[in-house]
Design a protein around this ligand. Sequence first.
Ligand code: 26W
Length: 821
Amino acid sequence: KKTESVAVPSVTCAEMQQGIIDRLHKGLATDKNKANNKAWWNATCLAVNELVFEKLTKTHHNHAGKDTRAVNYLSLEFLMGRLLSNNLQNLQVFKVTEEALKGLGKDLYELCDEEPDMALGNGGLGRLAACFIDSLATLGYPAIGYGIHYEHGLFKQEFQDGRQIERPDTWREYGNPWEICRPESIQLIPLYGYVETLYDPTEGAKKIWHAGQKLKGVPWDIPIVGYGAKTVNILRLWESRASEAFDWDVFNAGGYVDSQAEKSRAETVSKVLYPNDSTDAGKELRLIQQYFFCACSVKDILRRFKRANSDWNELPKKVAIQLNDTHPTMAIPELMRILIDLEGLDWDFAWDICQKTFAYTNHTLLPEALEKWSVGLFEKVLPRHLEIIYEINAQFLKNVVEKKWPGDDQKKAKLSIIEESDNRMVRMANLCVITAYKVNGVAAVHSELVKTDLFPEFHELFPTKLVNVTNGVTPRRWLKTCNPGLATLLDETIGDDWVLNLDKLKGILPKATDSKFQQRFMDIKKQNKVEMAKIIKETTGVEVSVDAIFDVQIKRLHEYKRQQLNLIHILTLYKRLLENPDYDMVPRVFLFGAKAAPGYHMAKEIIFALNKIADKVNNDTRIKDKLKVVFLPNYRVSLAEKMFPAADISEQISTAGLEASGTGNMKFSLNGALTVGTMDGANIEMAEEIGEQHMFIFGLSVDEVKDLKTKGYKPYDYYYNNPELKSVLDWLDSDFFTPGHPGLLSDIKRSLLEWGDEYLCLADYASYLEAHQKIDALYRDQAAWAEKAILNAGAMGKFNSDRSIEDYASKIWKLKKFPIA
Ligand code: 26W
């Protein structure tokens, strides 16, 4: 029942071979006898570029020529991973290239492994941006991603005696074949200085910002190839440099060496990605980084707008700007400043334009993640923007809050953009919600909590502003590219157009009880586990059995994500095995991948503890290989691509109400893993689609968490009432896992008892154990397991980023597709 193929290879094997050899010779000045794998990879990328550039130019001419409405996706993070295999898939020349290279004696998969990850993001938010630009191009929407061209992406993680060490990431040390520098679109960005007020008898006060320094923003473009390669959009990344003007002054004053210091100061602005995934340190450099990025992007957007337009009323019709969390909020006052100070628009007109142009996505409810900047810092770095923010705030409080709640100063204090404390702060989320015409959360439950808990007053003021767009993941990278075995089975079973229409996956549901299909499905899983086992052996030396349950938790290390709950479950099993070597359990391999923010003490302690426990467990012959624990170092997109397809169990165990959505949860299920999870984030919608009975749902619900917290949560009650839990936690105080050094793991116990167990691990412990018992029981019945795994994968249609983008396009951006012939 094969539907029409979407694959149209635009190049023959011989042409591809010629292209690669040509690039080796003419692009890299080497040849096939001298070239190492890196050079072969590079040449292959360059050959691919020849296919891409043509389509890029064509897309550009179409969009620019027709002056189409476009969305500008502003994000401080784009976690792209590797591009070669994905570009080959989206161009539909993967097979042909594989064959071409084979003919040249090269293995495409090996060459793909040469590519450093483009790790310009921390976690969920950055990866979501990457999935979104893939979907935008695939669906044929005019779109441009704006980001920062970090010299160093997220740090490389190593372990030394079980502890995380951070090393710089050098993804483009030797150049990057995918990027195109565009010096013709450089921007100059002012900073510091002071504001002068001029009084004009007719026009009134005019503000002039005399900057103390100017940075140069250099754009690097990365082509984003849509699946089927009709539309090729760009990701434009800004790099900071010293502006010539400034260097020249210092140079004239005889400060050649000083000017070099100035140069490196300017370059620090885009030097490194901030590695915090939830807490903000409020550092000056980060504010400058955010502003630099916003100013470059806004200027670029206006430059493109002005090419075809002279009426400012047209701006909101041609331009949608999506703010990916509050990190790019400075785009708002920057657009106001340009419209008022430089273009001479009056305040009301400029404000009206801004309110019709910006939309904002909230990605977290964690209070520590809501960005605030001290007024003093603002005043020093961006004096004119602070004035503009004050004015936006004054008008909002007077015209909106005072009208709705006359005389209510408490409401004003809560909704004000300025937090009135000893150290006055600018609240970026308030500025976003006040300005944006739409604000969205990223999963149904999260969006509800945004309305009821995070911004209830704003919701009263603007009842249609807050909406939901449930996250999704691109099936191109997260199934077709990363799991070729399963992709082929799907092609053969339901036709190959599921890649563009993931709802077609439903077609495998009737096969869930078909034993032949089950067998093929499970064989593919087994093969993926074999591959994973090899990687585990190579990177850690640990040998694992592929007959064991691969139980995987991969995500940033954070207490609310509760890797520590997983940890105490592992200790529970280990203890049971030690007490009874015949304890009947299906062998388990617990796999972890996670980076901790470098300054996050507890997160680092959890990594250390897991590594110490792994050392002990993996070398304990008494437990007869029933338990293995592996913490893979340097979790990143390319490693994720190997882990999702090899997982049996997906750990999605955040405290209910705290994981905005999660997107890894979707990738696991799509690849046939079963979920053990709480009713949180997108897990809830997954349960709706899959059927709760086909998942291992456990723990307190959002409402139960709230109730327990108001009632007063007492972790000691659980500790004293559950002897097994008590013995496991007490174990952490011993030197069992850290011989000769008792207490090295005690902080974990303390955080769960003395320090109040903020994330309710102990409250959910018993229920979590029960869920794992059910997992163990089900795995013994391979047919029943296979059935559920198929039902999971088949139900993932909704969680595709194409659907998310269609939701944004219709609910928020009012964006039309622009098909490129
Ligand atoms: C600098 C401080 C900082 C950095 C990152 C504050 C907040 C963040 C992000 C909002 C954290 C993040 O990545 N959030 C995740 O976004 C995903 C995509 O929407 C969701 O799936 C995750 O649940 C959410 O934690």
